[in-house]
Design a protein around this ligand. Structure first.
Ligand code: ATP
Length: 251
């Protein structure tokens, strides 16, 4: 199986605090990979290093490497905006721009200089269709995105991310602020999107990992304790720590 991303012995510290202690993992193309583990174990920190979000933090020291299609993305001479065009991110809280629904996507295309290369109207429609928003919203795209429900806002943020045609989508607890129905819609969306993208999702919800992820990594205190198919991790974990966590005995 072809790997989209290879994480090689990543160590990351904030000042003197070592938060990632040598994480190595392979992310197969067109798969959904879930990162689970107790609060503070480094899941978000790892996710953020994949699209260079620590770049502006002078306290961060990172060693090791992350390869995207075999090419290092951590080298400082690589332009982080170029990486972020290939590696999109969806955050815990929906963060639409304070603009119309239409312009949320059109603006994303513009800042990535794609507005001259694609038919913007068509791209907006296609991204909204992919996120099940086109029919739901009808022709009401001039409305402010901030007037949408939280679940719709989150799907709009996913639509904004996919409109620029990334290859990888990182999701940091994308459903934690959403109700069960909105969560189910996002999960359905994740399963559909993996046909075209590689998705890494941080989640506290183990059922969500089971429902959406092909592979799951269990992290603890900055280390990747165990990584395998989701079925193996939840049904037949090799490590005692993983077993205790997936059985809900700590965390
Ligand atoms: N910008 C930062 N500066 C200093 N320490 C940080 C920073 N960001 C995260 N940390 C620390 O790094 C550790 C790992 O945090 P991280 O957010 O990656 O964990 P997590 O597993 O995603 O937790 P949660 O599930 O609660 O979101 C924590 O101890 C946190 O306090």
């Amino acid at each position: 199986m072809e790997n989209k991303i290879e994480i090689k012995d990543i160590k990351l510290s904030f000042g003197t605090k070592e938060v990632l202690k040598g994480v190595t993992m392979q992310i197969p193309k067109n798969s959904v990979v879930a990162l689970i583990g107790p609060s503070g174990c480094g899941k978000s920190t790892l996710l953020r290093s994949i699209n260079r979000m620590h770049d502006l933090n002078p306290d961060v020291k990172i060693t090791g490497d992350i390869l995207l299609d075999g090419e290092s993305i951590l080298q400082s001479k690589k332009d982080p905006t170029e990486i972020r065009r290939k590696v999109g991110m969806v955050f815990q809280r929906p963060n639409p721009f304070p603009k119309s629904i239409y312009n949320n996507i059109a603006y994303g295309l513009k800042i990535n200089e794609l507005d001259k290369k694609v038919d913007v109207k068509q791209a907006v429609q296609s991204a909204l269709e992919d996120c099940y928003l086109w029919d739901e919203l009808g022709d009401n795209l001039k409305r402010s995105a901030l007037e949408m429900s939280g679940g719709q806002q989150q799907r709009l943020c996913i639509a904004r991310a996919i409109a620029i045609n990334p290859e990888v989508i990182l999701m940091d607890e994308p459903c934690s602020a959403l109700d069960p129905i909105s969560t189910a819609k996002i999960e359905e969306l994740i399963l559909r999107l993996k046909k075209d993208y590689t998705i890494i999702i941080v989640t506290h919800n183990m059922q969500q990992a089971i429902r959406t992820a092909d592979y799951t990594g269990f992290m603890y205190l900055g280390e990747l304790v165990e990584y395998g198919t989701t079925q193996q991790i939840f049904e037949n974990p090799k490590e005692e720590l993983t077993k205790r966590y997936v059985e809900g005995n700590f965390g």
